[in-house]
Design a protein around this ligand. Structure first.
Ligand code: ZN
Length: 221
């Protein structure tokens, strides 16, 4: 069981389900030769996908490429069902970073066969998470920059301004399909620059100047 860390303290609920959106940045959809979606592409990782990003996390072995997708993560603090955007704003407890780890070769095989993505994206440990800063720190959800440096080179750099589906209305939309509960986490999509992770990689992930996470990719778990 993983408890998100909010402002240095374990959150009062363990991590619940992780509701994710695919292809929320046009540049990333293009880099994987995917069409630009007209509706959010949603999927879920279960609670056991949540692990701490720092000091290290492990990646699966022997299943082809494991890609990093750095994303802005939102920690939900209050139940949301059929929520308005106003209710979403009131229910957001924290903002942080997550890695939507993706077995890209496995996913490509599943996509080719028209099968669901779960085994490529929802395995145990598939969502390393940073600590969260209080959501009240955010004055504009569509002006948040995120950066991933891998082994000293900038790999991903984005801004929520470039999202196809902005965070607050996206979460309201999600709540019309899935009731969101305290401890649930929203992954808001990845900017361009995804690529493989290898054991021994040193990562530095940052969100605005609020959070910088330094972590290492451990041996296969
Ligand atoms: Zn993703």
């Amino acid at each position: 069981m993983f408890f998100p860390i909010l402002e240095g303290q374990p959150f009062n609920q363990p991590a619940g389900k992780i509701v994710c959106v695919g292809r929320n940045y046009a540049e990333h959809a293009r880099e994987l030769n995917n069409p630009i979606p007209s509706q959010p592409i949603l999927f879920i990782k279960p609670a056991d996908a949540a692990v701490a990003m720092a000091p290290s996390f492990s990646v699966p072995d022997g299943q082809g490429a494991v890609h990093h997708e750095l994303e802005i993560a939102v920690l939900i603090g209050q139940r949301l069902c059929q929520a308005t955007e106003h209710e979403v704003l009131a229910a957001m407890a924290g903002v942080g970073l997550g890695l939507d780890l993706t077995l890209r070769d496995v996913q490509d095989g599943l996509k080719a066969k028209g099968q669901p993505w779960e085994i490529a994206k929802a395995f145990d440990g598939a969502c390393p998470l940073s600590d969260f800063v209080d959501a009240s720190t955010v004055d504009n959800w569509q002006q948040l920059s995120l950066t991933l440096v891998r082994n000293g080179r900038i790999q991903q750099q984005g801004n929520s301004a470039d999202m196809l589906f902005p965070i607050v209305p996206l979460i309201a939309h999600m709540s019309r399909i899935f009731t969101l509960n305290p401890g649930d986490i929203i992954m808001t999509g990845t900017p361009a620059g995804v690529g493989p992770l290898l054991p021994g990689d040193e990562l530095e992930a940052s969100l605005q100047d609020w959070l910088t996470v330094r972590c290492r990719v451990g041996d296969a778990g």
